[in-house]
Design a protein around this ligand. Structure first.
Ligand code: NAD
Ligand code: DAU
Length: 335
């Protein structure tokens, strides 16, 4: 199995899951090791079964060789952070569009099964307070340079299926949380702010809603799709949790970590809002549940959040070196 972006957050958790649960599978991780990729995320894995190759997915010769040797490609590699895409969209076009195109061409040449990992953000956003959810047939309406390049990559995969018969599937998942998530992202940023003696930061009013799912639930769904998903199909992945605003989540983190004032009120500050900020995401994962029998193991968000707080608390050496630079970049953006 060739896993692109396997040194990043979701990819590394996926590699650990496959190594743990599928003894017959050997894995090659291809990762450029950008600021978001960390070989330490793969520590402890058996080097006879998991090999890390540092390369850019837009390098056609390197991808041809790696894809030719694989039965399956699971494509996680991406530039993944909205705020960075507002700062500089260029790497997003390079990796998410040109990189995906390069992999698709290699998979087509060698007739390799391909799974494309994508996001609910391709559908744009929903109205706050509405009952609507994204389904697999919701029209694409991405908002940011990040989500536009992910939407473009989904369209490339669909075109390669229809035009060239590529054996591919796509999954669109909501917001993940869990161990190994880069501290630029909302939940680990706030946890490490508190651990580092900084004040948690909420964009704008914090009324926006995200549809949180534990990374292991996302990855089990990807495995189910690889095993039993219908070729050429898209599956939405979401955990059907009660809706929480960003304000709810930051206040929960503060309470769980004791970042409260004498009156028990959570301590955090409002900072500049994200330009073009998507308001609400909500996934309808009925197809995944009905066809593949998938359901989330982390049905209790607070329990998953406690476990995640514990992980960052126990692993300061994993995140501390990146904290200063991450916060400096945010400060320059007004966040
Ligand atoms: P991440 O930023 O933590 O990891 C991305 C990985 O890709 C890193 O290891 C990085 O080094 C690697 N990479 C970047 N550019 C590369 C290139 N040109 N060549 C090779 N490797 C490259 O991202 P993540 O949060 O783990 O997201 C993984 C995938 O899941 C992405 O495709 C993302 O769009 C999708 N996704 C993420 C979420 C989420 O909540 N994080 C939700 C749904 C879908
Ligand atoms: O929905 C899936 C997407 O989820 C993935 O495709 C992306 O790769 C992933 O980064 C994530 O995108 P978001 O933009 O939703 O996640 P982020 O963690 O950046 O922010 C979550 C929400 O929290 C968002 O509404 C912005 C807000 N936020 C973020 C940060 C970093 C804050 O209020 N404060 C912060 O410090």
């Amino acid at each position: 199995m060739l896993v692109t972006g396997g040194a990043g957050f979701i990819g590394a958790n996926f590699v650990h899951m496959v190594a743990r649960t599928r003894p017959e599978v050997s894995i090659v991780v291809v990762d450029k090791l950008t600021y978001a990729g960390n070989p330490a995320n793969l520590a402890g894995l058996d080097s006879a079964r998991v090999q890390l190759v540092q390369a850019d997915i837009a390098d056609a010769a390197a991808m041809d060789e790696l894809v030719a040797a694989a039965d399956t490609v699971v494509h996680f590699a991406a530039e993944s952070h909205n705020d960075n895409s507002l700062r500089d969209p260029a790497p997003f076009v390079h990796t998410n569009l040109v990189g995906t195109f390069t992999l698709l061409e290699a998979a087509r040449r060698h007739d390799v099964r391909f799974h494309h990992v994508s996001t609910d953000e391709v559908f744009g956003d929903l109205e706050l307070g509405a009952a609507t959810r994204f389904s697999e047939t919701t029209p694409y309406q991405p908002s940011s340079p990040y989500s536009a390049t992910k939407a473009g990559s989904d369209h490339l995969v669909r075109a390669w299926v229809r035009s060239f018969g590529l054996r591919a599937t796509i999954s669109n998942c909501s917001n993940n949380y869990g161990p190994f998530q880069h501290i630029e992202k909302f939940i680990p940023r706030q946890i490490t702010n508190i651990l580092d003696g900084r004040t948690p930061k909420l964009y704008g009013t914090g009324a926006q809603v995200r549809d949180w799912i534990h990374v292991d639930d996302h990855n089990r769904a990807v495995l189910d799709i690889l095993d039993r998903g219908r070729l050429g199909h898209t599956y939405n992945i979401g955990a059907d949790q009660p809706e929480l605003s960003n304000r709810d989540v930051i206040e929960l983190i503060c309470r769980l970590m004791g970042a409260t004032d004498a009156a028990g009120r959570p301590i955090y500050e409002h900072v500049a809002d994200r330009p073009g900020h998507d308001q609400r995401y909500a996934m309808d994962a009925t197809k995944l549940r009905a066809e593949l029998g998938w359901q989330p193991a982390f049905a209790d968000f607070e329990a998953g959040l406690r476990q995640t707080i514990e992980w960052y608390t126990q692993h300061p050496q994993w995140w501390h070196a990146a904290k200063e630079a991450t916060e400096a970049a945010y400060a320059a953006q007004g966040h």
